[in-house]
Ligand binder design. Structure first.
Ligand SMILES: C[S@@+](CC[C@H](N)C(=O)[O-])C[C@H]1O[C@@H](n2cnc3c(N)ncnc32)[C@H](O)[C@@H]1O
Length: 359
C-alpha cells in the first residue's frame, strides 16, 4: 500500500514549515562547507545537485541556494538543480517559487532548475550523474505500511507518559515491523544514492527523529490520537476509522539513520564524515515563551502538523460528502486540546543529520 501522498499544497506547507527550516539549518552548514573539497568537473561539463523530498520548494530552494553560493566561490560552471518529490506534489508551487518574477525569467545565470517525480527510495537520476545530493525532513516518511494494525494508537511511536489515556498503547511487538520497514527503506535510499553519486560526491541526510531524551513524534501523535478519539467518543468517527489509521512516519534514532558499515560483507559505499542528533529551535515554542499566548501557540502547532499530515489524514477518513468538515473539525479539536493543556503536548524537534562522501 502506498503510504505517502505528499504535503498539503497551495502554499500551505511553505507557510507552516518554519520548524522544518530550523531543523534543516542545523545541518545545512555541513554540506555548504563540504563544497570546498568537492571534486569539480573538468572540460566544461555541468555540476548536478539533487534535493529529494523538496515539497513546494521554499525550504529546498533556500538550501540549494546556500550550496550554489559556496560552489560559486570555486567555479563558474553551469549547475543543474534537480528537485525531487512524489508525483502528487504541488510542483506548480515549486516552479512559482523558483521563478518569483513571472514576467520574465528570474533564473540566475548558469543555474538550470528541473523537477523530478519519483520516490527517494528508488533511483531517480542516471548512474554516476550527481555531484551533490541532499534530503531534508523526508526520509522519515515510510515507503509502505507493514500489514500490522495498531488498534490502540495511530503511530508506531508509542504515546508518552504525560499523554497517557486509557486504552492507548503500542507494544514492542507491534512496533517491530515498522522498525524493520524503516530499516529496509533507508537501505534502499543509500543504495539508490550510491549509484547516482559520482566518487567523491557529497550526500547530506537530515530528518526529524529521536534521541535518548525526546522523540519528535511526541505531542504530534498524541494530539492527533486524542482529537480522533474525542471524535469517536462523540460519534463523529467510528472506532474502526481510528483502529485502521496509521500515520506513515517513522522517527528514527541516529544509528537507525546511518548506512551499513560494511560488516555484512558488502564494501561500504559511503564514508560518514559527521553525524549528530540535535534538539533544534522551534519557532512557535520560542514565541510561546516570549508572549505566553497559548492559543496562538496551539494554532501554529496545529498548522505545522496539518501542513504535513492533512493528505494522509484525509485519506484515512471515510470518503463521505462531509469529509472536509470532519478534517476541519479534527484539526480544530487538536488546536483546542493544545491550547487547554500545553504540557501534555510539549513538543521537541530532534533533528538528525549525517554528512557522507561517496567512496
Ligand atoms: C516535511 S516535507 C519536507 C520538505 C522540505 N524538504 C523541507 O525540509 O521543508 C516531506 C516531503 O517529502 C516528500 N516525500 C515523502 N516520501 C517521499 C518519497 N518516498 N519520495 C520522494 N519524496 C517523498 C513529501 O511529499 C514531502 O513533500
Amino acid at each position: 500500500m502506498a503510504s505517502t501522498t505528499g504535503m498539503r499544497g497551495g502554499g500551505f506547507y511553505d507557510a507552516h514549515s518554519s520548524g522544518q527550516r530550523a531543523a534543516m539549518d542545523e545541518f545545512l552548514p555541513w554540506i555548504v562547507e563540504a563544497m570546498a573539497d568537492l571534486p569539480l568537473p573538468t572540460s566544461g561539463s555541468p555540476i548536478a545537485l539533487l534535493d529529494l523530498g523538496s515539497s513546494e520548494g521554499a525550504n529546498a530552494i533556500h538550501a540549494v541556494g546556500a550550496i550554489i553560493e559556496a560552489l560559486r566561490e570555486r567555479t563558474s560552471a553551469d549547475i543543474w538543480t534537480f528537485f525531487d518529490d512524489l508525483p502528487t506534489n504541488d510542483f506548480n508551487r515549486l516552479f512559482a517559487n523558483l521563478f518569483p518574477d513571472t514576467k520574465r525569467s528570474s533564473r540566475p545565470p548558469g543555474i538550470y532548475p528541473a523537477a523530478v517525480g519519483g520516490s527517494l527510495f528508488e533511483r531517480v537520476a542516471p548512474a554516476s550523474s550527481l555531484h551533490v545530493a541532499t534530503t531534508f525532513n523526508a526520509v522519515g516518511w515510510m515507503s509502505a505500511l507493514p500489514a500490522t494494525r495498531l488498534p490502540h494508537f495511530i503511530s508506531p511511536s508509542p504515546p508518552t507518559q504525560r499523554a497517557s489515556r486509557e486504552g492507548v498503547s503500542v507494544t514492542p511487538e507491534q512496533r517491530a515491523p515498522f522498525t524493520q520497514q524503516a530499516r529496509e527503506d533507508i537501505l534502499r535510499f543509500y543504495r539508490a544514492r550510491a549509484v547516482e553519486l559520482k566518487p567523491g560526491g557529497k550526500l547530506l541526510v537530515q530528518v526529524f527523529g529521536r534521541n535518548d531524551e525526546h522523540d519528535t513524534a511526541n505531542g504530534i501523535v498524541d494530539g492527533l490520537s486524542d482529537a480522533m478519539l474525542d471524535m469517536v467518543k462523540d460519534g463523529r468517527l467510528t472506532r474502526d476509522v481510528y483502529e485502521a489509521f496509521v500515520l506513515p512516519v517513522f522517527y528514527r534514532s541516529l544509528p537507525e539513520l546511518l548506512p551499513p558499515t560494511g560488516d555484512d560483507g558488502e564494501p561500504p559505499a559511503f564514508r560518514v564524515d559527521k553525524a549528530e542528533a540535535r534538539e533544534c529551535r522551534v519557532p512557535f515554542n520560542e514565541e510561546l515563551v516570549r508572549s505566553g499566548d497559548s492559543r496562538a501557540w496551539a494554532e501554529s502547532y496545529a498548522g505545522f502538523i496539518r501542513a504535513f499530515s492533512e493528505p494522509v489524514v484525509t485519506s484515512g477518513l471515510p470518503n463521505t460528502p462531509d469529509r472536509p468538515e470532519l478534517v476541519e473539525e479534527l484539526y480544530g479539536r487538536m488546536a483546542n486540546r493544545f491550547a487547554a493543556d500545553p504540557e501534555r503536548y510539549e513538543f521537541h524537534f530532534i533533528s538528525l543529520g549525517a554528512l557522507l562522501t561517496r567512496l
